[in-house]
Design a protein around this ligand. Structure first.
Ligand SMILES: Nc1ncnc2c1ncn2[C@@H]1O[C@H](COP(=O)(O)OP(=O)(O)O)[C@@H](O)[C@H]1O
Ligand code: SF4
Ligand SMILES: [Mg+2]
Length: 336
């Protein structure tokens, strides 16, 4: 009899108990982050500004602030990037993992033609050298995939619009055939129509190339529209994670519920648009309990004393919330 061994495929990204402490702070800036992106999956990382989204996504490239004390593991295709040597890191950054930034213009040299920008990363730095002709052919193919033609190769960044430039950045990111694409607020600098086009394009490319996508945003509607799964961050921790549909329909963490209640919606009556009162805790402040306690309408005495561990939803184990009183939210998307 033949025995069939089935093993789970290696995730594109698997962050395990990541803890980062920066010099001169009273508590870790990232505290026990667990996050994974499967091959071909789109995962959104959402949260207010300063919650640690950018640091988390940059950890996949080991792009960390100077002096950072780092614990835990960041596995890309099963390899821990935190222990890689410089050669391995260079290969990682020009091959397996690519990043699309918020402002494409700031990431491009205005004096270099788009064609040179697209081809130089693979011809100059890739461990397996690629000929210039092969690189150009690949650049043309990818420009077409993002809806541009080869005439873009000869243009300078100043000759194309912001939306076109973000398409160029996406094409550049795909040049090294990455298994993982990190997009950090990639549409924030674009107008609404172009934003929608870039989002549709990312979704299409994900399907076509099977790339895992970690999409960082503070925009909940965008996260809901694009992602399979969502992680909600608060003060350097994962407050809630789960399938996008379940998380947005039935949030299990008061912070997610409050964020959803404060997101402006056309159909919402005036008066429901209040922002969440108060501020996230400062990095100079030590935390002993739940980081959201000072702003949370459900907080009780235990919340100040004991940090909550993730609790699985009874009907959906993949949906987890780090909250002592998650049961009190059941069935209620916004009533906190
Ligand atoms: N290089 C750095 N040096 C010192 N503090 C930093 C550095 N990078 C980020 N931080 C701090 O870490 C926290 C998280 O930052 P970040 O990951 O950029 O948040 P987000 O992307 O969610 O807005 C913030 O409080 C920020 O001030
Ligand atoms: S643990 Fe307590 S303070 Fe934290 S979110 Fe839950 S109820 Fe609110
Ligand atoms: Mg950021």
């Amino acid at each position: 009899m033949n025995t069939v061994h089935t093993t789970a495929p290696t995730p594109a990204l698997d962050i395990q108990r990541l803890r980062i402490t920066l010099p001169g702070t009273a508590r870790p800036v990232l505290d026990g982050i667990d996050l994974h992106v499967d091959a071909g999956e789109t995962v959104a990382l959402v949260g207010e500004s300063g919650s640690g989204k950018t640091l988390t996504s940059r950890s996949a490239l080991k792009l960390l602030p100077p002096g950072a004390d780092v614990q835990g593991a960041v596995l890309v295709g099963g390899q821990n990037v935190l222990t890689m040597n410089p050669d391995q890191l260079r290969a990682l950054r020009t091959g397996q993992v690519a990043m699309i930034f918020q402002d494409p213009r700031a990431a491009l040299n205005p004096l270099r033609r788009i064609g040179d920008f697209l081809t130089e990363s693979v011809t100059l730095t890739r461990v397996m050298p690629t000929t210039r002709a092969d690189a150009t052919a690949r650049a043309v193919e990818l420009l077409q995939a993002v809806g541009l033609d080869s005439s873009a190769l000869r243009k300078y960044p100043s000759q194309v619009s912001g939306g076109m430039l973000q398409r160029v950045m996406i094409a550049a990111a795909l040049m090294g055939d990455p298994a993982l694409l990190l997009a950090d607020e990639p549409t924030t600098a674009l107008d609404v129509t172009t934003q929608a086009e870039v989002i549709a394009l990312l979704a299409e490319l994900r399907e076509r190339f099977g790339t895992g996508l970690l999409f960082v945003t503070h925009d909940l509607d965008l996260a809901a529209a694009i992602s399979d799964r969502v992680y909600v961050m608060y003060a350097g921790r994962i407050a809630e994670s789960g399938p996008a549909e379940a998380l947005f329909a039935h949030p299990r963490h008061p912070y997610t519920a409050a964020l959803l209640a404060s997101t402006p919606r056309l159909e919402a009556p005036v008066g429901r648009l209040a922002a969440i009162d108060g501020q996230p805790p400062d990095l100079r402040q030590e935390l002993h309990g739940c980081p959201f306690a000072a702003r949370c309408p459900l907080a009780t005495e235990i919340c100040d004393r004991q940090a909550p561990e993730p609790v699985r939803a009874p009907d959906l184990p993949d949906h987890q919330a780090a909250c002592h009183h998650t049961d009190r939210l059941e069935g209620s998307p916004v009533d906190v």
